[in-house]
Ligand binder design. Sequence first.
Ligand code: MF3
Ligand code: CO
Length: 250
Amino acid sequence: MSVTIKSEREIILMRDAGKILAEVHEILREMIVPGITTMDINKKAEELIRAKNCIPSFLNYNGYPASVCTSVNEEVVHGIPSTNRILMEGDIISLDAGVIYQGYQSDAARTWGVGAISAEAKALIDVTKQSFFEGIKFAKEGCHLFDISNAIDDYITSFGYSSVRDLVGHGIGTQMHEEPQIPNFRQKRRGMKLQAGMTLAIEPMINIGRYDVCVLEDDWTVVTEDGSLSAHYENTVLITKDEPELLSML
Ligand code: MF3
Ligand code: CO
């Protein structure tokens, strides 16, 4: 399948999906306190998503067993919620979730601190979020796709961080993963020209240490190879002729 340009009707549904997902994230954020388990977060996420007449897109996707990915500390993405994983003061956790509303998808991730966190952890979270905003300065008609990748990478490398290479952002629409793939690290080519009506999930995954990652025995959890902390920030974005519209932000 190639890149899809959404019609005005489709954009309205993607706006609805994105708004619902943004609201889910706002509520989940308030749950992030020492002592709760990652399964508590998953239960709440699934309940909220279904209460808004959406389907949790991650559940059973390629066999993934939950509605939200909960990735703690050196876990980069795809952490599986568990009743045994209790959040501790000083942890950082990324929550990645997706919803399907009337056939249209939204995908977004946030990283939060649990209680008081180190200055080092806070800086990683802030820079990762800002790298998304640096990237989307180029998310408009006429720019090239890899302008986004390069802006993200140049920003985070200026802090000495590394951008994960094995995982990328993606187009999104009726499918969670559509073309194009969107790397978060510097590219030699410019990539395709962006057009109004494209919807993209842009999602920097940033490590304090090296970019190398590996997958745990559970076949899902991606962790940094060097054990360094990792953060993730993602929104579903609509390309327009001017500023991008952030569909999964309130
Ligand atoms: N947001 C992720 C992505 O963009 C997570 C999907 S993995 C899943 O690919 F299996 F949990 F769905
Ligand atoms: Co995604």
